[in-house]
Design a protein around this ligand. Structure first.
Ligand SMILES: O=C(O)C[C@@H](O)[C@H](O)C(=O)CO
Length: 268
């Protein structure tokens, strides 16, 4: 099994390049570019669909032979405004030229050519609170099941206030048994505010064959091949993460850890 905690390889250029092969799984890919003004990058999509997320900063984007102009207006991810995103189908290509300091996420999964290249935000993305008390967090659904905008990809971002838990109560989506549960691999791209902070993420199965608890730092990626995957952030620090999920069916059906489901039931 691949290491579940993936550190960035640097501070400029492509600092993450998680592929299905490197992760040892079948669906999710995640890349991250940290760009300076004037830097330009380009990729072909091959058999994968792509959602580009302008995590912060601005870039001039083109894809599938179309120019989409300068996109992005969130200069710091913790402004929490809805992100500008671009869908790019498989069998195509895209190009980005940073016009400011820019953090560009490249979320990928198998594509089937159903959707054309198109902008996905900020219109239609609304920051929505979830949970109660110290489990409150705020979600920007970029491309979840309710938006038929991708073949495989499910993409969302979550802001967790200082001292709170997130992706909690613990839940898993690692069996292909729709409608009870879907098999979805998942990646987490983490940010902390202030940047020197840390968060904690545990990835575990109920039988204990997988049980890893990781300290996550700014720009780290965590891979969730199976099992529950709660995270939390200490007092004084705010946490952001960008989730990419994909599997054989584009639907998010999960089950809570029976030990902690009482919290979910109580807070309904
Ligand atoms: O509810 C949250 O805090 C976010 C999670 O649902 C996260 O997107 C996830 O774990 C999806 O399985």
């Amino acid at each position: 099994m691949a290491d579940l905690l993936v550190k960035p390889t640097g501070v400029r250029g492509k600092v993450h390049d998680v592929t299905a092969e490197s992760a040892g799984w079948g669906y999710v890919g995640f890349g991250l570019y940290r760009l300076e003004p004037g830097d330009s990058v380009a990729e072909v999509t091959g058999d994968r669909e792509v959602i580009l997320v302008l995590v912060e900063g601005k870039a001039r984007l083109s894809a599938a032979g179309q120019a989409f102009g300068e996109m992005g207006d969130r200069m710091d991810v913790f402004e929490k405004t809805p992100p500008h995103c671009l869908y790019v189908p498989n069998g195509s290509d895209w190009r980005a030229e940073a016009t400011t300091i820019c953090t560009l996420a490249v979320c990928t999964a198998p594509g089937h050519g159903t959707h054309a290249a198109q902008r996905l935000g900020p219109e239609g993305i609304v920051l929505t609170p979830r949970g109660k008390g110290a489990n409150t967090r705020h979600v920007n659904n970029i491309a979840m099941e309710g938006r038929a905008v991708a073949d495989s990809l499910l993409v969302t971002e979550v802001f967790t206030p200082p001292g709170n838990w997130s992706s909690y109560p613990s839940h898993r989506h690692d069996e292909d048994d729709f409608p009870r549960m879907t098999y979805l691999e998942e990646s987490y791209y983490h940010r902390l505010n202030p940047a020197q902070g840390f968060g904690i993420q545990r990835v575990y199965t109920e039988d204990g064959t997988l049980d890893e608890t990781m300290a996550v730092k700014n720009h780290d990626v965590v891979l969730v091949p199976r099992g529950h995957h709660p995270c939390g952030v200490p007092y004084g620090y705010e946490m952001y993460y960008l989730n990419v999920m994909a599997g054989p069916r584009r639907a998010w059906r999960f089950e809570n850890d029976p030990d902690h489901d009482w919290i979910y039931q109580r807070d309904l």
